[in-house]
Design a protein around this ligand. Structure first.
Ligand code: SAM
Length: 185
């Protein structure tokens, strides 16, 4: 079977650039969904472009669980979180290609972000199945995929798979150069 494309570590550095905020501003994109004290998941977090702002938004009582496949990404994220003074609100987890390793989070997550990750996952069905188990009833998931790389048709196929796993589509927010959807459990 063909191996899935996984974002290289050097691209991780580009994705963490502050210049990206001009196109995709984490505060503007996420503040509608995040409240202080929430337990949040950032899947395919890379070096934490979204995880660090999320950690600020959830406050000292909140938590951001950052899951990634590559240790170089999670290590760089930890360094950046330490620098930003939010390491104590962040938990990094290494997963494998076939499982996000969320078994212990049964219905504990208020909000999950899956930004530019679904197209890198070998099995979208098991991805949304695992995610559904981890999300609280009435919790939300923001899924975004890059427009240059993913067609609208392929994005809609992923959305259908999420619906087959129990999610409901509640919003199609406008995010720079992205297909995006908010899912509700
Ligand atoms: C294109 S990057 C997006 C990073 C981040 N969400 C952002 O928007 O800045 C995709 C990330 O997902 C990770 N990844 C790829 N396949 C994965 C999988 N099966 N499970 C978890 N993470 C994965 C990669 O290591 C990479 O850090």
């Amino acid at each position: 079977m063909a191996k899935h494309h996984v974002c290289p570590v050097w691209v991780g550095y580009l994705l963490a650039s502050p210049l990206r905020k001009l196109l995709q501003n984490p505060k503007k994109i996420l503040s509608l969904y995040i409240k202080e004290g929430m337990k949040v998941l950032d899947i395919g977090s890379a070096m934490g472009f979204f995880s660090l702002p999320l950690a600020k938004m959830v406050g000292s009582e909140g938590k951001v669980i950052c899951v990634d496949l590559q240790e170089k990404m999670t290590k760089a994220l930890e360094k950046r979180a330490h620098k930003a003074g939010v390491l104590n609100r962040i938990e990094t987890r290494l997963c494998n290609e076939n499982s996000l390793g969320l078994d212990d989070l049964n219905e504990e997550i208020d909000f999950a972000l899956a930004f530019a990750i679904v197209h890198e996952v070998p099995d979208a069905n098991s991805f949304f199945f695992e995610l559904y188990q981890a999300i609280k009833p009435s919790g939300k998931v923001l899924v975004a995929e890059p427009k240059g790389r993913i067609s609208e048709n392929d994005f809609n196929k992923s959305v259908s798979i999420s619906e087959q796993n129990g999610f409901k589509v509640i919003e199609r927010p406008g995010i720079g150069r992205s297909h995006s959807v908010v899912l509700y459990k």
